[in-house]
Each structure stands twice: as structure tokens, then as C-alpha cells.
Design a protein around this ligand. Structure first.
Ligand SMILES: [Zn+2]
Ligand SMILES: [Zn+2]
Length: 239
């Protein structure tokens, strides 16, 4: 038997005995109750109360200028670092059910805790362009939304649409970038957001420009308030 074949048989056996994979590095883990291998687990950074209501990070890390956003608040269970950054990166290169399920479940718990008592009418996600969905095969924000334990009737995956961007985002200056982002998102055809309380879900939040643009168009469409929930926040670039 070739080494390659032997290897793949071993892997199959391992997946039978140890069906769980670390959501961050993808290695098999022996503990049924864990989501990470021990090394990756040590590199998970959770957000800790008290939180800044403007940028969502723990007060110890907040350096935001208390800017008002088109959204009311942002929350996140994790910082965009270490094992969570790696997990999100893995998910982006191909739909990994286990990873998006884990991230969605963690985000669910955070929503239940931090947005307790808020009755959302619609829960939606930051859209991707058709082109990027075709290339990547899925929209990672939508795959997180899928795993959030909220009334399925309230989920709307197509509430917002994204127009393909003409300019390469990273080549633009901050001002142009904001403008570019603002002309990118639209409320989907035939969608009525008037008077609605909306929860917008995404994988990460860095400058908040995307969440702001999405919240702006929802507010312009008549939504009464927009709240944001992301898996991970970049604590270095909060605004
Ligand atoms: Zn690992
Ligand atoms: Zn802050």
C-alpha cells in the first residue's frame, strides 16, 4: 500500500474515532466537548465587560472617539486575533460547516446576553456581491447567520444587496473608502424595512465602515433602529 493511501486510511480512521476537528487549525481533537485543540484554545481572546457602547470592545482596550454610528450598538464575543482570526480565515477559503456553526453558536449566546430584551423584527447579514459568492461559493456572513438560533421566520438573507465595487478598496484613502462603501449597499428590491428593529450580522468589524453603510441604507429605508453583532472585533482599529 502506498504511503499516501495509508495516510488517507489513517485519517479516515481518525475521523471515525475522533470526529471533531479544531475549528482553528483543523487538526483532530480527542475531547468531544472541545471546539479547539489545547494550543489553539490558549490563543482565544474573548471580549470582557464592561463594554464600550460605541465600539463594542472592553473598556480596557477602547480608544474610540465615541463617534456616533448609523447603528445603535455593536457587540462581539471575540477579538479578531489568534485562533479566532485563524478560524475566520479558514472559513473564508471554503465553507466549513463546523467552523461557521461554532462561530454562529457563540454569536447567538452573545446576542442573547447583550441584546437581551430587544425584540428584533428582522435579522440579516452583510451581503457579498454575486461575483464573490460565485468565486468563493458562499457568503461567510450568511453562513454565520444560518447557525444563529433565532426564529427562522425573522432571518432574511437578502434584505441587503451589494453592488460590485469599481475601485479596489484597499487602494483608496480613508475618505474615498467611506464614500465607496456608502454607494455599495442597497435595500433589496421589494423589501420593506419601515419601522423595523433590525439586527445585522457579520463575521468581523474593523473600522465599522461596512456596518455603518449597511445601517445607513436601512435607516434611510425607514428602519427604526439597527443593531450590529459580529463574531470578532478588531480592538486596534475601533472607531
Ligand atoms: Zn487547533
Ligand atoms: Zn469605544
Amino acid at each position: 500500500m502506498s504511503n499516501e493511501k495509508k495516510g488517507s486510511l489513517l485519517l479516515q480512521a481518525a475521523s471515525f474515532i475522533y470526529p471533531r476537528k479544531c475549528v482553528s487549525c483543523g487538526n483532530y481533537i480527542s475531547n468531544e466537548k472541545e471546539d479547539f485543540c489545547p494550543e489553539c484554545k490558549a490563543d482565544v481572546f474573548r471580549t470582557k465587560a464592561p463594554f464600550c457602547p460605541y465600539c463594542g470592545v472592553g473598556k480596557e482596550y477602547c480608544s474610540c472617539r465615541k463617534n456616533l454610528h448609523a447603528y445603535e450598538m455593536v457587540i462581539a464575543p471575540f477579538y479578531y486575533e489568534g485562533s479566532i482570526k485563524k478560524a475566520i480565515g479558514r472559513m473564508k477559503f471554503g465553507k466549513k460547516e463546523g467552523v461557521s456553526r461554532f462561530l454562529g453558536e457563540e454569536l447567538s449566546k452573545d446576542i442573547e446576553m447583550k441584546y437581551f430584551g430587544i425584540a428584533f423584527d428582522i435579522v440579516t447579514c452583510v451581503p457579498s456581491t454575486n461575483k464573490s459568492i460565485r468565486e468563493r461559493g458562499f457568503n461567510q456572513s450568511a453562513s454565520i447567520l444560518e447557525s444563529i438560533s433565532i426564529d427562522e421566520d425573522k432571518k432574511d438573507y437578502d434584505l441587503l444587496t451589494k453592488k460590485p465595487q469599481k475601485d479596489i478598496q484597499h487602494m483608496l484613502g480613508a475618505e474615498k473608502r467611506r464614500e465607496n462603501v456608502l454607494n455599495t449597499y442597497f435595500v433589496g428590491q421589494g423589501k420593506d424595512v419601515r419601522g423595523k428593529t433590525i439586527l445585522l450580522v457579520d463575521d468581523i468589524l474593523t473600522t465599522g465602515a461596512t456596518a455603518d453603510a449597511c445601517a445607513s441604507v436601512l435607516r434611510l429605508g425607514g428602519a427604526s433602529s439597527v443593531f450590529v453583532a459580529v463574531v470578532a472585533l478588531d480592538k486596534m482599529h475601533n472607531d
